[in-house]
Design a protein around this ligand. Structure first.
Ligand code: G3H
Length: 195
């Protein structure tokens, strides 16, 4: 069995302000998580010479990976957060106030709802296909540092969750989801109190 470690980026400045999308750097708490994650990964994958770190192309995941020493880092555009289109940079409160119809349609069908000039969860699931193929092909451990919507979709693939549940799966900040791919199936472990 080899592990796949899934984690969101450390808390970003936009997370603190309650804004979706964007490309901000990490908050202080986010930077602290990046350090703890590095410590965890370096220990957990100590003798795994061929392991690699995969991030999105957004600052917050690259900065979260940056303290990790000793493994190659690969950036994937396919790991970028769901594109919120015209709502990028807004808070949910602002969307509700300024674009109530959009807010309601998303609430009704979060899986299929596509942000104007942006993406739906179904779009995200589709663009993840090459990432999943590559993850399946890898024999070595991979640490995936990405975003909530993307990790919901990746997690659902490995944990065999139905499509309809994907937009509602819990993927909290500052938590590592370790997936073990073995011959007998998939096992999972979550860790959130890193030291
Ligand atoms: O910024 C986007 C969020 O990570 C996705 O969350 O799909 O629950 O709005 P949501």
């Amino acid at each position: 069995p080899r592990p796949i470690l899934l984690t969101r980026h450390g808390e970003s400045r936009d997370n603190v302000r309650g804004r979706i999308g964007g490309d901000t750097a990490l908050s202080e708490a986010g930077e602290l998580y990046a350090k703890k994650l590095a410590n965890f990964v370096e220990k957990r994958l100590k003798f795994e010479k061929t392991a690699s770190i995969w991030t999105s192309t957004l600052q917050r995941t690259i900065l979260t990976a940056s303290p990790i020493v000793g493994f190659p880092t690969i950036q994937w555009r396919a790991l970028d957060e769901i594109n919120a289109g015209v709502c990028d940079g807004m808070s949910y409160e602002e969307i509700k106030r300024n674009m109530p119809e959009e807010y309601e349609s998303r609430k009704k069908d979060k899986l299929r709802y596509r942000y104007p000039r942006g993406e739906s969860y179904l779009d995200v699931i589709q663009r993840l296909e090459p990432v999943i193929i590559e993850l399946e092909r890898q024999r070595a451990p991979v640490v995936v540092i990405s975003h909530q919507a993307v990790l919901r979709a990746l997690y659902a693939y490995f944990a065999d969750k139905p499509l309809i549940e994907i937009p509602h799966i819990e993927v909290p900040l500052h938590t590592i989801i370790e997936i073990q791919m073995g011959v007998t199936g998939v096992q999972e472990k979550r860790q959130s109190n890193l030291r």
